[in-house]
Design a binder for this molecule. Structure first.
Ligand code: G16
Ligand code: MG
Length: 217
């Protein structure tokens, strides 16, 4: 095929942001930092280490490197407690229909996520085997908005970046896709994701001929 798709995970395939929030909130409480759902928006699509820096900044708290390592481990253990309870009911609307459509058209897709827990999450919801490849937080050295994660994805698809379509819910992810010279599709709030080439509120809104039209171009 002449095109391929790269999916972000959190906010596109599943909503794990709510579990990240619960785990960060626990940590924030321990550190006496006030942390709200609005603050949580700042962490979407951002790496784990960077997320901690943002949280500490909000609370004006400094920690030693050792303490940082320790709280990152406990935050992740807490988060994994929620992830291990996930199942296929948590797949976001429109995802399965879209994957079926891509399968029937022979269009390949990979995952491009900042999460080091991405394979586990896909396994929990029963989608792991469907992807041609997984690029996650373990395989990249530079976090979004750096395009690295998506450029590795293009290699896995055996396609040039211009032939890849990226579905993303975070500003940093859209920026990464644009820098990679890919077609960026923002999923979520159109005003927030105004740098995207296309915008849809969720995956059920993708028109039937969306991919055909892109192939024609
Ligand atoms: C996801 C989330 C981020 C999270 C990051 C790292 O990214 O949106 O909030 O900080 O993964 O996750 P972990 O702590 O599991 O390694 P994405 O790229 O899937 O949206
Ligand atoms: Mg995301």
């Amino acid at each position: 095929n002449t095109i391929g798709v790269i999916f972000d995970l959190d906010g596109v395939i599943v909503d794990t942001a709510k579990y990240h929030f619960l785990a960060w909130k626990n940590l924030a409480d321990d550190l006496h930092i006030e942390f709200t759902e609005t603050h949580n928006e700042l962490l979407k699509g951002v790496s784990r280490v960077r997320s901690l820096e943002i949280l500490l900044n909000i609370g004006n708290v400094t920690l030693s490197d050792d303490k940082k390592q320790a709280v990152l481990i406990s935050k992740n253990e807490d988060y994994l407690g929620y992830i291990k309870k996930m199942n296929a009911d948590e797949i976001l609307p429109g995802v399965k229909d879209l994957l079926n459509k891509l399968d029937s058209r022979g269009i390949k897709y990979v995952l491009g996520s900042a999460s080091k827990n991405a394979p586990l999450i896909l396994k929990q919801v029963g989608l792991l085997e469907r992807f041609e490849g997984i690029v996650d937080g373990n395989s990249v050295s530079k976090a979004k908005p750096d395009p690295e994660v998506f450029l590795i994805g293009a290699k896995k698809l055996n396609l040039k970046p211009e032939s890849c379509i990226v579905f993303e819910d975070a500003i940093a992810g859209i920026e990464a896709a644009n820098k990679a010279n890919m077609i960026s599709v923002g999923i979520g709030d159109e005003d927030t994701l105004n740098e995207a080439d296309f915008n849809f509120s969720n995956l059920t809104e993708i028109p039937n001929n969306f991919f055909e039209e892109l192939i024609k171009e």
